[in-house]
Write a protein that binds this ligand. Structure first.
Ligand SMILES: [Zn+2]
Length: 275
């Protein structure tokens, strides 16, 4: 399962990385044209998690409804990435419902099809006590009206979504990674949280050597590979760069042709039993 987080300048304006606002919004659109070519060339479908406001009429670097329609027409899944790349832990219930609804509505009106999958901006909330994932930073910054992962999934169900990519990590997992200093290549598992089909990325570092190892592991022993990046990073020289992406798409395409890999979109997993 391949994800692209389509942030546009809405995401650039709200960057939480050091240095504040970023100017890469325009690159999202140019690089998505290239990504659509590459995905077609290697025959790999992807899920584009689009900021809903980008699907409204208007100009780049904030809007391009025609490109969102092109993504859908090419057979990729259009998922929601909130309405304006909102930091969800800081929202109260009403604000949360509002961003989920507005995003879904803008995207559905744009592409003329249902939107059922969601990718939280910044991969947050992390906080999910039932799985021993506690984020003190989220609790500190968000204050009293905080949205945790459980609250998000409840709100997703209430607004008609069915699938969510999640990123919580239990205390045990964090400690194990710190001690072994090794990322695991285990398959990603489907997990139902409050009626929403959820999955965690197991290759979160872009299209690096680890992502290839996860691919081989899952092709050999079964399981789901969840990988992704940002279109605006396609020529950034990092692990999401085209020169890293192309060998990964080739590798996945080869495994698929050998009958060792099924190519999937989030919507394909709706209704499947959790592993
Ligand atoms: Zn994003």
């Amino acid at each position: 399962m391949v994800f692209w987080d389509y942030d546009t300048q809405w995401g650039g304006d709200r960057s939480r990385l050091p240095g504040g606002t970023k100017e890469w919004g325009r690159l999202e659109f140019e690089n998505t044209d290239r990504l659509l070519e590459l995905h077609a060339q290697y025959g790999i479908p992807a899920s584009f998690a689009v900021v809903g406001a980008a699907a409204l009429p208007g100009e780049r670097p904030y809007h391009d409804p025609d490109q969102v329609r092109m993504i859908h027409a090419a057979g990729h899944e259009v998922a929601s990435h909130s309405f304006r790349h909102d930091w969800l832990p800081g929202l109260g219930r009403e604000e949360l419902l509002d961003t989920l609804r507005r995003s879904k509505q803008a995207l559905e009106e744009c592409i003329g099809a249902q939107v059922v999958s969601f990718v939280p901006p910044y991969n947050q909330p992390f906080d999910y006590p039932p799985r021993l994932s506690i984020s003190l930073a989220e609790r500190r910054e968000a204050g009293r009206r905080r949205t945790g992962l459980g609250d998000l999934c409840t709100a997703l169900g209430d607004t008609g979504y069915k699938f969510c990519r999640v990123s919580y990590r239990s205390i045990g997992e964090r400690l194990r990674e710190r001690v072994t200093k090794k990322a695991r290549t285990a398959p990603a598992r489907l997990e139902m949280i409050r009626g929403i089909q959820c999955i965690r990325m197991n290759a979160p570092g872009g299209f690096n050597e680890h992502a290839h190892r996860v691919l081989d592991h899952c092709a050999k022993e079964g399981g789901i590979v969840v990988v992704g990046g940002h279109p605006h990073s396609l020529h950034a020289g990092n692990t999401q760069d085209e020169h890293m992406l192309v060998p990964f798409l080739q590798h996945a395409g080869d495994l698929h042709r050998q009958g060792l890999l099924r190519l999937a979109l989030p919507r394909d997993f709706i209704g499947e039993r959790s592993a």
